[in-house]
Design a protein around this ligand. Structure first.
Ligand SMILES: [Zn+2]
Ligand SMILES: [Zn+2]
Length: 421
């Protein structure tokens, strides 16, 4: 049986020290402490990360994360194994021949400072974030906890399943940056089944959304222009204007022809350029994202972005580079798993309703799910309902901790059904 008090204790411990994507060194170290006690086989670093596919990882953030983690008591032996890359995979092997289930829980926080409001429960009970400017405002502290609760059950109930279970504790979900590197490492390529979920989102306590629909494929791209500074009065002709290249690119980006086969999105969210009023601007940076109803339509948007980035550089005779900062794909849940999760959910005393929902957003677990599907396996991403006090990514966010138990019960029942004798 799952012990709700244990789950709450874990969740509050992780809530207190949130870490942003690719800096989850203390978080990974603490998860590893618990998993080691449970007797899991553990994989870290390059064993689970293909560094070619790492997206949006900032070295300064990484260095600061390692420093913070050490100050907060992370074990050096785990940091050594991580080798600069956060996250870990736990393997529970039943010792019996059978299939493999992969479960994925994301572990990063959001770059938002936690509210100081007195009625906010983490403030009342003393487990609010002590890492200034960072907060588990998306509920990934809950995801870590459900992963650990499931791990504990797997360690104590090896007679109840065959084959093995791989639990992925994934870094950097925010900005959809972490999953591609884990998928490309091949660590879950032997999985016959894949399951992942989000807590709360659009579903309240007592409900589960087993078949989340309309995942959007997305790519996050940075474009950087490098020109040449010059005196704006005396010698503008000697400068190369990066700001103008970027400005032209932005208006063209928003003018990309829509795709006839399905929905697309584009948003240029950031444009930084220039050094001073009387200097020809030599630097500019654009941060943008595109989305599409499916992988192909999204790729069309990416291709158009790359053309425009290059064209503007040529027009203004500046150098440029592009970098993919994050990505996710669309995914359709496999019917058999949807039926199974629905059935299991309705057997939980805390769950009284199954809900249907179109997501119209992106989540990088889809990259892992699709990878398993492409190898002939089955995948599901579902929503575990939980009342919340504010929207995700808001400073006042908190969720109904009792649903942690529902989460563990759903995952353990799922493993029992998929891998049971
Ligand atoms: Zn989030
Ligand atoms: Zn989230």
């Amino acid at each position: 049986m799952t012990d709700l008090n244990q789950l709450i204790q874990w969740r509050r411990e992780f809530h207190r020290f949130p870490e942003t994507g690719w800096s989850e060194f203390w978080t990974t170290s603490r998860i590893a402490d618990y998993l080691e006690e449970m007797g899991a086989e553990l994989l870290f670093g390059k064993q689970i990360i293909n560094s070619e596919f790492v997206r949006g990882r900032n070295q300064k953030v990484v260095d600061k994360g390692i420093q913070n983690a050490l100050a907060y008591g992370a074990k050096q032996k785990w940091l050594d194994k991580m080798d600069g890359y956060t996250g870990c995979v736990a393997i529970f092997d039943s010792g019996k021949a059978g299939k493999t289930v992969a479960l994925r829980f994301d572990i990063d926080c959001v770059n938002v400072g936690e509210t100081k409001a007195e009625n906010h429960i983490p403030n009342q009970l003393g487990f609010a974030s002590i890492n200034d400017g960072f907060m588990h405002a998306c509920g990934h502290d809950g995801h870590i906890t459900i992963g650990l609760g499931t791990a504990l059950w797997l360690s104590q109930n090896k007679d109840k399943y065959t084959g093995k279970v791989k639990i992925v504790f994934q870094p950097a979900e925010e900005g959809v940056r972490g999953a591609a590197a884990i998928a490309a490492s091949g660590v879950i390529d032997d999985a016959d089944y894949f399951a992942s979920s989000h807590i709360s989102f659009c579903a309240f306590s007592g409900t589960v959304i087993p078949d989340l629909k309309n995942f959007l494929s997305t790519t996050k791209i940075d474009i950087r222009y490098r020109g040449k500074p010059a005196h704006a009065g005396a010698a503008p002709h000697l400068g190369r204007n990066a700001l103008l290249a970027a400005a032209h690119a932005v208006t063209q980006l928003h003018g990309i022809a829509r795709h006839g086969s399905g929905m697309t999105r584009i948003n240029v969210g950031v444009l930084n350029a220039g050094e001073g009023r009387n200097v020809v601007p030599s630097k500019a940076e654009i941060q943008l994202e595109v989305r599409g109803e499916n992988k192909e339509i999204n790729q069309y948007m990416v291709d158009q972005v790359m053309q425009i980035a290059r064209g503007a550089a040529i027009s203004f005779d500046v150098a440029y580079e592009t970098e993919i900062m994050g990505e996710a794909v669309d995914m359709s849940n496999d019917k058999a798993l949807v039926e199974l999760v629905s059935e299991i959910a309705l057997q939980q005393p805390q769950v009284n309703e199954i809900v249907d929902y179109a997501f119209n957003a992106s989540e990088d677990a889809t990259i892992l799910g699709r990878r398993v599907q492409e190898q002939g396996g089955k995948a599901i991403y579902f929503i575990l309902g939980a009342d919340r006090t504010a929207g995700h990514h808001e400073a006042e966010f908190d969720f109904d901790e009792r649903q942690l138990e529902t989460g563990v019960n759903v995952y353990t029942a799922l493993v029992g059904r998929l891998l049971g004798d």
